[in-house]
Design a protein around this ligand. Sequence first.
Ligand SMILES: Cc1cc2nc3c(=O)[nH]c(=O)nc-3n(C[C@H](O)[C@H](O)[C@H](O)COP(=O)(O)O)c2cc1C
Length: 171
Amino acid sequence: MTVYEAIRTRRSIRRYTEEPLTDQQVKTLLEAAMATPSACDCRPWEFVVVRDKKNLEELAACGKYTGMAKDAGAVIVICATPERQNEICPGYFPQDCGAVAMNIWLQATDLGLGAVWCGVYPGEELANRIAKCVGTPEGVIPFGLICVGHPAEKPEPRDRYEEQRVHKERW
Ligand SMILES: Cc1cc2nc3c(=O)[nH]c(=O)nc-3n(C[C@H](O)[C@H](O)[C@H](O)COP(=O)(O)O)c2cc1C
């Protein structure tokens, strides 16, 4: 699959078969995550990979919109580590971690897997629940969950291009 195809066919997949992910698939997703560019190359991130059914159920119960996590083959919890940002580019971690989320999501699409990003940051309540669930230390912010599995649904690609949102030279 080309990048062109991955970007255009990616959808949120919230239903998964019971087929487990291989260790290699999970490694490939994490490699894609860590290949993401970041401001000043600070790489303000770490990852918690959750694959155990009981732990997935606990994660799923953390939020109103995270229920699909219980049936995922894996949930990658993207954790922001703001203390890794240097003095030149403080405050960029949400952009860096957002880019990470998209790299994982597109990589999952390329592998024929289905994924969905569950936003956590900047929601403090949800972040606290996830932090407790996966045991992140003080100063580490659960940024988002990427739930991944073998897809049990196949929504059609959508064309969302809107010419009227493009401003030429000036707004
Ligand atoms: C930052 C962000 C947070 C999201 N949070 C959730 C979520 O908590 N639960 C969920 O089911 N989907 C979540 N989504 C998925 C969006 O609902 C989905 O991307 C959007 O409806 C467009 O559909 P598509 O991904 O199939 O193109 C999130 C997506 C983004 C980018």
